[in-house]
Design a protein around this ligand. Structure first.
Ligand SMILES: NC(=O)c1ccc[n+]([C@@H]2O[C@H](COP(=O)([O-])OP(=O)(O)OC[C@H]3O[C@@H](n4cnc5c(N)ncnc54)[C@H](OP(=O)(O)O)[C@@H]3O)[C@@H](O)[C@H]2O)c1
Length: 254
């Protein structure tokens, strides 16, 4: 039985709690958070606490806090013998206090408190400093996911950057599209089939060949009309930067 202490009460902590809480071979023995109210969703855990000085002994400590606070929080574990991991894509393993057994347990997915995640299809990218710790993390990852991946800190940094492009930036573009539809009095939902087909193409076909639209065709008049329709300067800049990038990419290809 692997004993786990979860640190943090946000998106990742809550979803890991849900996913690991009912798995055979894992027991979450304590959840620690700095805000008492935010511990409410973990009320059926044997112990919840705001006291970072009284942390239970466990096999694995999962630090699921803001990237900038990982190092500070990891300093609370310097007298512990268990494995201490963080869950960040962009932070190296070395951000953890160097006197602890260190590892990384990064779920490659967009995770919100409100939306239940099926972790079985989510790649869990793991890293450790010894083969013994690696095996321990693999055992934990295998209980929730069928997609366990070994990844160095350098590789994870690049994967995280790619994830920002395919998820964070795309989501912002959906937001802009939503605003444009609102202004025109057309429901954004009308674009749902297009959004889904784009995602399907990106996961199933050659991405470069899948590109369509005025930029790849170099339809200058259409692009000029689109720019004239946009009142927001940031959106005009985004339109121009992306259109130029598409154009250059496809000129290179030809
Ligand atoms: N969400 C995702 O899509 C996702 C996906 C993969 C990996 N990750 C990684 O998972 C980690 C957590 O992300 P999240 O989305 O769960 O963040 P979040 O929802 O913002 O939660 C962050 C948690 O950290 C706590 N915290 C922040 N600074 C702290 C400090 N100095 N001391 C103690 N607790 C502190 C917050 O407490 P308060 O509520 O009191 O502020 C909160 O419980 C990050 O490293 C992130 O990169 C996130």
């Amino acid at each position: 039985m692997l004993s786990i202490v979860l640190i943090g009460t946000g998106n990742v902590a809550q979803q890991f709690y849900e996913a690991m809480g009912n798995k055979n071979g894992i027991k979450i023995i304590q959840v620690i958070g700095r805000n008492k109210k935010k511990l409410t969703p973990f009320a059926n855990c044997p112990e919840t606490s705001t006291d970072f000085k009284h942390i239970y002994d466990a096999d694995i400590y999962i630090i699921a806090v803001n990237d900038d606070s990982i190092n500070t929080v990891s300093q609370h574990f310097t007298n512990k013998s268990g494995l201490v991991v963080h869950t960040s894509g962009s932070m190296p393993l070395s951000v953890l206090a160097d006197s602890v057994r260190r590892g990384v347990f990064y779920p490659l997915q967009t995770i919100s408190k409100e939306r239940r995640i099926d972790f079985s299809e989510v790649p869990i990218c793991i890293e450790a400093e010894s083969s013994e710790d690696y095996e321990l993390l693999r055992e934990l990852a295998n209980t929730i996911s069928d997609q366990v991946q070994t990844m160095t800190s350098e590789q994870r940094k690049s994967v995280h950057l790619a994830a920002v492009f395919v998820n964070n930036f795309t989501n912002h573009l959906y937001h802009i599209g939503n605003e444009i539809c609102d202004e025109a009095g057309v429901p954004f939902k009308i674009l749902n089939p297009l959004i889904l087909e784009t995602a399907k193409k990106a996961t199933q076909d050659n991405i470069l060949n899948a590109q369509t639209g005025p930029a790849v065709r170099n339809d200058k008049l259409t692009m000029k009309k689109h720019l004239a329709l946009l009142n927001n300067k940031d959106y005009r800049d985004i339109y121009s930067v992306l259109s130029n990038s598409i154009r250059k990419t496809h000129e290179k290809k030809l």
